[in-house]
Design a protein around this ligand. Structure first.
Ligand SMILES: C[S@@+](CC[C@H](N)C(=O)[O-])C[C@H]1O[C@@H](n2cnc3c(N)ncnc32)[C@H](O)[C@@H]1O
Length: 269
């Protein structure tokens, strides 16, 4: 008879205690799957992909290596977006999630707005068909139906009739510069490079996708509508200039919980 390994044995095999507990809880009843999961973790694969799902605000999101693992600072972005929407008089807002990945931002917004009695409509865009497949699965998992998924680069997939009709654009585009990417924790290499790395723009590493998202926003936003975008530590000043130059106003900056510049809110007058 084989006995289930204990957390202490998994820690002795090189796992952190928290990870050991998580894997035991997930796969403890199936020794073969547990052994495979431990081997994957020992080879450096992120726990979230091995477990296959992870909490993001109120949602349990399915995840695999086709999507970025949603980050805690992106949970903060959802909180900021909800505050922005609360100050907006629209009763049934149209939301656009650019670079939706697993669907984390847009689906969390739909879900939390529904809990407040607000029926929003979400358009979720990604250039990656694999990411869209994961996002669709997450929408089905949480019975979030007022969402359409579009494949394409930033605003290119949108129907022209949506111009001037979006109440809120949310985005967490790639913003890591190519050189900075090489210095990151190797565990990052398990995530899609296209979800993380952006070209340089205006002499600023990793700014190019942020520029595309911000410069395109005024055309699609309704008057009074807002863009809420996550960015890297070194992007705040350059991005404020881009937003202002594009005609966006009422710019508000937010730091993340670690005190790093992270989120820009900008409005279409
Ligand atoms: C940093 S990830 C964010 C994923 C998700 N929104 C989140 O916060 O967890 C960036 C996402 O943008 C997508 N992406 C990259 N380039 C894009 C483009 N040109 N147009 C649309 N989406 C793009 C990637 O496939 C990836 O899913």
């Amino acid at each position: 008879m084989t006995t289930e390994p204990t957390a202490a044995e998994l820690v002795a095999a090189g796992l952190e205690r928290r990870e050991a507990r998580w894997l035991l809880e997930e796969f403890g009843a199936d020794p073969a799957r547990l052994a495979a999961a431990v081997a994957r973790r020992q080879q450096g694969e992120p726990l979230q992909y091995i477990v296959g799902h992870w909490p993001f605000r109120g949602l349990d999101l399915d995840l695999d290596s086709r999507v970025l693992i949603p980050r805690p600072e992106t949970e903060e972005l959802v909180g900021v977006a909800l505050e922005v929407l609360a100050a907006c008089p629209v009763t049934a807002p149209t939301l656009l999630d650019l670079g939706c990945g697993s669907g984390a931002i847009g689906l969390a917004l739909l879900s939390e707005l529904a809990a407040r009695g607000i029926r929003a409509t979400l358009i979720a865009v990604d250039v990656s068909p694999g990411a869209l497949a994961v996002a669709r699965r997450n929408a089905r998992k949480h019975a979030l139906t007022s969402v359409s998924f579009l494949e394409g680069s930033w605003y290119e997939a949108l129907d022209a009739s949506l111009a001037g009709r979006i109440d809120l654009i949310v985005a967490n585009p790639p913003y890591v510069g190519a050189a900075q990417y090489l210095d990151l924790d190797p565990v990052i290499a398990h995530e899609p490079r296209g979800a993380l790395v952006a070209a340089d723009a205006r002499g600023v590493p990793g700014l190019a996708d942020l520029v595309s998202v911000v410069e395109g926003a005024p055309h699609w936003l309704a008057a009074g509508g807002a863009l809420v975008v996550e960015h890297g530590d070194g992007h705040r000043e350059a991005l404020r200039r881009v937003a202002y130059g594009a005609g966006l106003r009422d710019l508000v900056d937010h730091d993340d919980l670690a005190g790093k510049p992270r989120i820009l809110v900008a409005h279409r007058p």
